[in-house]
Design a protein around this ligand. Structure first.
Ligand SMILES: [Zn+2]
Length: 350
């Protein structure tokens, strides 16, 4: 094994230590399937990986993985015989060598964004063999939203007759988007975002500059904040600042053409999210509360908030939510971007 080969990070995030210990200490009463859910970017997958490592560890310390035994090392290098990860090829491809043998070779050039039925079938074969190390075996599945109707039903069949000595850790951002029968087969483990102090301390230790602004922009989710900072983007994107300046000056319509050029090249889900955040901030300011996502733009937000009606802000925010569904498959990205910008820029005309 090469020293520089990427390994799976099985370390536990500081804000998860207590809940992991409590949860792992009741292992005798373990359900066979857990749905680990909570807001995007708070470290749910990292929690699940750390707990999988702790369950497979052959020398746990205070219920957590020792990080040094054979089991811990195998897991980090993606070759523990009693561990399988199920995730879309598109995600697996970004994870380096941490790829289970049977889904290592993508079948087509386009990597699937779904967890495919073939992956669930391959899992069934594995589940029918004895565990290698005599303990539990762990299936880590993420994100659960990537299960399509066919693969979700195949998984459901497995969970209806759960194999012995097997624990499923299923990670989801939004359980309400999952097959209800699948959810009902799992015990829920909700994870809350960390306290702001803990999140800031972690971000600073990770070397994130201007951590408070990134944390706010990510809605208090530290891993999302770190990703945003890593992407090289400002906490508040330049285009959003320009739009807000124009809105505050009562000429938002004038910047629509230049913003269309900017945004049609970017993933629509991301910039729609940014608009939703700024609308939430406008609603907060109009209600006399501080801005939640872009507190650094307080003056600009106050100026813009005084120019638009509360009803329009609420209605536009609701309309943007409906556009999130369309945004994944717009027929024409340019036209879609233009339509959204006209709508949000129409706020000032109210
Ligand atoms: Zn260990």
């Amino acid at each position: 094994m090469q020293d520089d080969a990427p390994v799976m990070d099985t370390g536990i995030l500081p804000w998860h230590v207590e809940i992991a210990r409590t949860w792992l200490s009741s292992r005798e009463r373990f359900a066979h399937a857990w749905l680990i859910h909570g807001a995007t970017g708070i470290g749910k997958l990292q929690f699940a990986r750390a707990c999988a490592s702790s369950m497979l560890c052959e020398n746990p310390q205070g219920h957590l993985a020792c990080g040094a035994c054979d089991a811990c090392l195998w897991l980090r290098h993606g070759n523990h015989p009693d561990f399988r990860a199920l995730r879309p090829e598109a995600i697996a491809a970004t994870e380096g060598p941490f790829v289970a043998a049977e889904d290592a070779a993508p079948r087509s050039k386009t990597l699937s964004r779904d967890i495919r039925i073939e992956q669930v079938r391959a899992l069934e074969t594995w589940l029918n063999t004895a565990t290698h190390r005599g303990g539990d075996r762990i299936v880590l599945l993420y994100p659960a939203e990537a299960l399509n109707a066919v693969s979700a039903n195949a998984l459901l069949k497995i969970l209806e007759e759960p194999p012995a000595h097997t624990v499923f850790l299923i990670v989801a951002d939004a359980p309400d988007r999952l097959l209800p029968t699948l959810v009902s087969r799992c015990r829920r483990l909700p994870l809350a975002p960390p306290a702001p102090d803990a999140a800031l301390q972690w971000l600073r230790a990770e070397g994130v500059k201007d951590a408070a602004a990134y944390l706010a922009a990510a809605g208090g989710a530290p891993l999302a904040a770190a990703r945003l900072a890593e992407s090289g983007s400002e906490a508040c994107p330049g285009w959003l600042r320009r739009w807000l300046q124009a809105l505050a000056a009562g000429r938002a319509g004038a910047v629509v053409p230049e913003l269309v050029t900017d945004l049609e090249k970017q993933p629509a889900e991301q910039w729609l999210d940014a608009f939703q955040r700024v609308l939430t901030d406008l609603a907060c300011v109009q209600a006399g509360a501080p801005a939640r996502y872009y507190p650094g733009l307080a003056n600009l937000l106050a100026e813009a908030a005084s120019r638009v009606s509360r009803v329009q802000v609420t209605q536009t925010a609701r309309w943007l939510t409906s556009q999130q569904r369309v945004s994944r498959h717009p027929l024409n990205p340019g036209l879609f971007t233009h339509a959204v910008l006209l709508r949000v820029s129409g706020l000032a005309a109210a």
